[in-house]
Structure formats: structure tokens, C-alpha cells
Write a protein that binds this ligand. Structure first.
Ligand code: MSP
Length: 674
């Protein structure tokens, strides 16, 4: 059986967050599961670099769109490396190999008579890169992003999507491979079916309002609609149109022994389950086996997204707890297919119970006791009939079934249950009492064998989800093996080498002190109300009313004009190097209510400034904005982040909320303010 697993290709207008990470980890975990079974699995991911979204960011920054893409694509690539993601290929849609394949796809759509030119206007959401019929807007806003769409009017090339309505409905009925629903979970299949059954309109597949895209063959001035461009990546990465289509032949399905599975979030299901199969039908190409869709990670009850400004970035958690802890949490916490809320609290609870306690403690306890009893070695007697063996066999079966049914959280649950059974077994057998009372007996060997062998099987089951931890556990058990080298025979009882050296080591997952983790680090203390004046990263300029407040309505205590004694000389003032700066990136500092981390450009120079303005601004509102900064301030650390400079803001009367000083956008960044 060959399998081809893909993630969506991610937009390069932003750095990756937990939502992107999840899709990639799900795909990686499934890939690793099937590779462990000895199957030939190809895994593709990449970046989606064309379209209006990227063009807009580039315009705002005054750079070429490719510069934006070149900046962000490596952050995805590097993050996947950091998370041990085992992809075979990483495709960027700006690569020549992709352009060649898209051109071939369009040639095929044209040859099928499915392309024509017509005038077109409608509401366009740049976030989704899609037109919305008025009835689908919520209060005039995009239902996914909550932002107002733009009215766009142009002449486009259209794809005859309406022609494929019946064939699509048949696909949903029968599946592309009999017995496998085309969309998983099936509730989502029903949504897609109703959407198509309600009637399909032809789809505009070229754009003239933008330049950043693949030129549309035969239509000068038009670029290929970004979704037609992006979806085709699944085939261009295999070499469609390149002259060497051996990978297409090997992985793109045309038989029962191939599976092509696209993993996507529910936001982009329609593109994958309606447009993509219709394009393929028109092009005369085989269809994927299944589109598997998962739910959203929510933060504060909203989808985590850059537009909303509520994203959780993985960096801080990984620095503190390691890659495997986050991999484990994301896979375990989300019931696959449903939405889940991300919180640091839940992360820490799970970390302590599953990893520090369930896995780490059980492992160090079992290894320590066996090493003490058998002079630093694994037991030399095995036991093939006991409750741990039965628990391991049950766990392997449950884990296997869960992965095959795409219920990844249940696969994690099977590991957890097995670890619980091993821990309970050690507690019930009390080997520490036995060794005292009877010395080192064959029975003692068997007890320790069962515990260590159970842990060996648990480590193998952990491998697709947390490969680093799995390899480490195996090494500590005296049965070293890289997670990638584990095969089906390793799942059978009895693989633990007898009399092999044991290497007790420091705790695998040291217990996390939740209280200390949530305590505001001392560096951030300055942003609390009482200590506000000491905040080095945002200078709040007291607002002084232009006219005295009327006596009947006392002003809410605006700050007074500076007293005589506090006056400074002009020389004092000029000590501050005030400059115009442009904010090029901004994100809220995790676990801080007020702090915003910004990348600002002062002339040619880029630096990081952390400022207490997150209660008043989202990252989205800040990017592209020009501000005044104190450029020669000594660096200060806020929540562990080094801040180089201070942003000037007024502190509004009454609330103390910051309001950034406005700068005319035409003033170049780096200009001196005096
Ligand atoms: N570029 C398109 C996809 C083209 S595929 C041919 C795109 N990119 S994206 O950067 O917006 O990434 C979308 C995917 O990221 C979602 O489908 C989902 O897999 C993942 N997630 C982004 N935010 C998410 C959450 N808040 N929660 C879970 N996953 C989400 O759309």
C-alpha cells in the first residue's frame, strides 16, 4: 500500500501558530504511524505564496512580494524541523516546478472546454481569498474572519464548476474508493453535500486586480486565482507537467493499493472537497481518496487567527517543556474533528499528569528498581503470561484501530491507559518489599521484566506522536532504537533484551511548577498600574486638555502640566534620540495582558520593542503603522524578551489606556523627531 499525505500549504503573510502546527503534527503523526507499519508513505507540506493577501502585506511594507515570502517560508520550514516533522518535500508555490504544473493543469481545463471569460463583481474576503454571496456574510462581514469584505469588479476567466454538480454529488455518495467516505468526519461530508446540492455557480479562476500570481496562460494581464494555483500543489510537487511524472504514477491514486489523503482545517474544506475534485475531473486526473478535516483551536472562544490577533505561538512552550510535550498535548487534547480551546493551564495539567507522572515517573521508578535489583541490568528472566502483557496487547489493538479511524486522541489515550496499567502493576506487586523479604528471585525478575517490557511497548506506541520521547525511553530501558526504526514486530510482547545495561538518568519530564510558571516574571512587574512610570518600553505622554474642563463636569484627573522643578533644559531633551519607526510585525506576548512585542524598522535598522499597549491594539492594527520611538534607550528585558527602545503614546485620562502618537504616513522611517 502506498500513501500520500499532505498538509495545506500555509500562507506566508504570518509566522506559524499552534493552529498551523496542529495540522502539520496530525499529518506527521499519521505518516509516522503508517511508516511504522512498513508502508510507503510520502508526506508533502509547503507554503502558499501568491495572491492578494501577500501582495497587500508587501505593499504595506514597501517591498516586493517575494521578499515577504522569502522571509516567512523559512520560519515554517524551520519550525517543522524543530518539531521533527518527517516531510519528504516542502513546496513553495513560487518555485518554477510549481508554475510548470499549474500551467499544465490550466491547459487541461481549457482542453476540456471548461474555461470562458466573463465580467464579474462581488464581495471578496482577502483573508479567505474568496468571493462570498451576500447571503453568506454575517452582519456584512466574512463569517470566518469577521472582517468586512471588499467589493471587487473585474473581467475574469471562469471555470465551469456548475457542470460538475452531479458528479460531485455522486462522489460524496460513493466515495472515490468504495467504502471510504470522501470527506471525514461524515458530519462534514453532509455539510459539503448540502452546499453542492443547493446549486453550484461557475468559479472565477483568474484575477486582474492583482499582479502577484502565476500569469494565466493565454490571458495577458490575468494571474491565476490563488486557490487554483495552491490546490494544484499536491500534483505539481509530484512532478505534474515536468516531463518526469514517476512520482505521480507512484502516489497519485488509480487503484486500490494507493491512498491520497489531504489533511485540512474545516475552514478550507470546501476548497478541497468541492473545487479540487472538480478541477481534477475536468483535467481527466484521478481523485484523492479522502479529505480529512479537523476543528479549530480556539483562544478566548474564537478561532485562533492572525486577523483576530489571538494566536498562541509554540516557541515559549517549547523552550520551557520541549517539542514532545507540545506534540503530545496537541494530539491528546483535541478530540479529532471537533474544536478545542488552547490554554496554558490545560497544557500544564496534562504535562504533569501524563508526561511527568504517567510516563516519566513510572519509567524512572521501574528502571531504578530493576537497576538496583540486578546490578544495573535489565532482568534475565521473561514472563509471557501476565496482566501487563494483556494490557499491552489491548493497547496495541486500540491504538491501531484509533489511528486507522483518524481518531488520534484515542491513540494517545491507549498509551495513557497502558502506562496506568504498568504503574498499577508495580504498586500492586510491591517489588521493593519482595526483594527485602525474599532477595533476588526468579519471580522478582519476572515482575521487573513485565514493567520494563510494558514500558517498551508503550514507547513504541508513543513513537508516532512524540518520537523524541519514544527514542529516549527505549534508550533508558536498555532497548535503544530510533523512533523511525520501530517496525510492526516491535509491537509484539517480548522485545526487551535480557541482562542488558540500564542507564538511569535525570527525569525525562521534570514536574512543572504551575505556580512559578504563571507568576508574572519580575521583569514585567513595571507594567502593572502601580509601577507604570517605570515601564521602559512605552512612554506615555500625559494628555493635557486644550481648555479647562467645565466646573460642572470635573475631568477624570488628567495629568497635570509638569511642575517648575521638573522642567528640563533643551539639552536634556535632546539627549533622547526620537525617531520615526515603522512597525513591521507585532504580536501579543503570551501570558501577558499588556505587552506587545513589535519588530520596528528605523531607517535601515530593524529591532524589537516590547510595549505595554496590547490592551488597546491588536497586532493586525499595528503592522504598517508609523510611530515615534526613543531610539537610544538602554535595552530592557520584559517577560524575558529584550526590548530596544520605547514607543511614545498618550495615556488617556481616566482609563490610562495608551494611544499611540500619530505620524503622517508619508514621513520616512528613521526621520529624526525634535
Ligand atoms: N493557503 C491556504 C491553504 C491552501 S491548501 C491548497 C490556507 N493557508 S493558512 O495559512 O491560512 O492555513 C490554513 C490551515 O491552517 C487551516 O486549514 C488549518 O489546517 C490550519 N489552521 C489555521 N488556524 C487554525 C486554528 N485556529 N485551529 C486549527 N487549525 C487552523 O488556508
Amino acid at each position: 500500500m502506498s500513501r500520500y499525505y499532505t498538509t495545506p500549504i500555509y500562507y506566508v503573510n504570518d509566522r506559524p501558530h499552534i493552529g498551523h502546527l496542529y495540522t502539520t503534527l496530525v499529518t506527521d503523526t499519521l505518516t509516522r504511524f503508517h511508516r511504522l507499519q512498513g508502508e510507503d508513505v510520502r508526506f508533502l507540506t509547503g507554503t502558499d505564496e501568491h495572491g492578494q493577501k501577500i501582495e497587500k502585506v508587501a505593499k504595506k511594507e514597501g517591498v516586493a512580494p517575494i521578499a515577504v515570502a522569502d522571509r516567512h517560508a523559512p520560519t515554517f520550514r524551520d519550525l517543522w524541523k524543530r518539531f521533527s516533522v518527517a516531510n519528504d518535500d516542502f513546496l513553495r508555490t513560487t518555485e518554477p516546478r510549481h508554475r510548470v504544473g499549474v500551467t499544465e493543469m490550466i491547459r487541461r481545463l481549457g482542453a476540456a472546454g471548461d474555461l470562458y471569460v466573463a465580467g464579474h463583481e462581488g464581495w471578496y474576503c482577502v483573508g479567505c481569498e474568496a468571493f462570498y454571496p451576500e447571503k453568506d456574510l454575517e452582519d456584512g462581514r466574512c463569517p470566518t474572519h469577521g472582517t468586512p469584505p471588499e467589493w471587487q469588479k473585474e473581467e475574469n476567466v471562469f471555470f465551469r464548476l456548475s457542470r460538475y454538480q452531479d458528479r460531485l454529488l455522486e462522489l460524496y455518495e460513493r466515495g472515490s474508493v468504495p467504502g471510504i467516505p470522501f470527506v471525514f468526519p461524515e458530519t462534514r461530508l453532509n455539510e459539503v453535500r448540502s452546499f453542492v446540492a443547493a446549486g453550484l455557480k461557475d468559479l472565477s479562476v483568474s484575477r486582474t486586480a492583482i499582479e502577484w500570481g502565476i500569469p494565466f496562460p493565454g490571458h495577458p494581464g490575468h494571474v491565476v486565482y490563488v486557490w487554483l494555483d495552491a490546490l494544484t500543489n499536491y500534483l505539481t510537487a509530484l512532478g505534474l507537467g515536468s516531463g518526469d511524472e514517476s512520482l505521480v504514477a507512484r502516489y497519485w491514486p488509480a487503484g486500490d493499493d494507493r491512498r491520497v489523503v489531504h489533511l485540512v482545517g474545516k475552514d478550507i474544506l470546501r476548497f478541497h472537497a468541492v473545487y479540487w475534485p472538480a478541477f481534477l475531473m475536468s483535467a481527466g486526473l484521478p481523485l484523492p481518496t479522502q479529505v480529512v478535516s479537523h476543528g479549530f483551536w480556539l483562544k478566548d472562544a474564537r478561532k485562533m487567527s492572525k486577523s483576530v490577533g489571538n494566536v498562541v505561538r509554540p516557541d515559549a512552550l517549547v523552550d520551557a517543556f520541549g517539542v514532545d510535550a507540545l506534540r503530545w498535548h496537541l494530539i491528546s487534547e483535541m478530540s479529532f474533528g471537533q474544536d478545542a480551546s488552547f490554554s496554558d493551564e490545560a497544557f500544564l495539567v496534562r504535562y504533569n499528569s501524563d508526561l511527568a507522572n504517567g510516563l516519566g515517573n513510572t519509567l524512572s521508578r521501574a528502571v531504578r528498581m530493576a537497576a538496583d535489583a540486578f546490578s544495573g541490568k535489565t532482568p534475565s528472566e521473561r514472563c509471557d503470561d501476565n496482566e501487563v502483557k494483556r494490557a499491552a496487547e489491548t493497547a496495541v489493538a486500540a491504538w491501531d484501530a484509533a489511528f486507522r479511524a483518524c481518531r488520534l486522541h484515542e491513540a494517545a489515550e491507549a498509551v495513557r491507559v497502558l502506562l496506568g496499567a504498568i504503574d498499577g502493576y508495580i504498586t500492586a506487586k510491591e517489588p521493593w518489599k519482595k526483594v527485602k523479604a525474599e532477595g533476588v528471585t526468579p519471580a522478582l525478575h519476572r515482575i521487573h521484566h513485565n514493567a520494563l517490557e510494558g514500558l517498551r511497548v508503550a514507547a513504541c506506541l508513543l513513537a508516532p506522536i512524540a518520537p523524541g520521547a519514544a527514542s529516549e525511553v527505549l534508550a533508558r530501558l536498555g532497548a535503544p532504537k530510533a523512533a523511525e526504526a520501530i517496525g510492526p514486530s516491535d509491537l509484539a510482547w517480548g522485545g526487551l533484551p535480557l541482562g542488558a545495561p540500564l542507564a538511569p538518568a535525570a527525569p525525562l519530564f521534570p514536574r512543572a511548577d504551575a505556580k512559578a510558571y504563571f507568576a508574572e516574571p519580575s521583569e514585567e512587574k513595571p507594567v502593572t498600574e502601580e509601577t507604570k512610570p517605570a515601564v521602559p518600553a512605552v512612554a506615555t505622554v500625559p494628555t493635557v486638555p486644550a481648555e479647562p474642563a467645565p466646573a460642572a463636569a470635573p475631568a477624570p484627573a488628567p495629568a497635570a502640566a509638569p511642575a517648575e522643578a521638573a522642567r528640563i533644559t533643551v539639552d536634556d531633551f535632546f539627549k533622547a534620540d526620537l525617531r520615526v519607526a515603522e512597525i513591521v510585525a507585532a504580536e501579543k506576548v503570551e501570558k501577558s495582558k499588556k505587552l506587545m512585542k513589535m519588530k520596528v524598522r528605523i531607517g535601515e535598522e530593524e529591532r524589537t520593542i516590547v510595549a505595554g499597549i496590547a490592551t488597546a491594539y491588536t497586532g493586525e492594527q499595528l503592522v504598517g503603522r508609523k510611530v515615534v520611538v526613543v531610539a537610544n534607550l538602554l535595552p530592557a528585558k520584559l517577560m524575558g524578551i529584550e526590548s530596544n527602545g520605547m514607543v511614545l503614546a498618550a495615556s488617556l485620562p481616566g482609563t490610562g489606556e495608551p494611544s499611540l502618537l500619530a505620524v503622517d504616513p508619508s514621513v520616512p522611517s528613521g526621520t529624526k523627531v525634535k
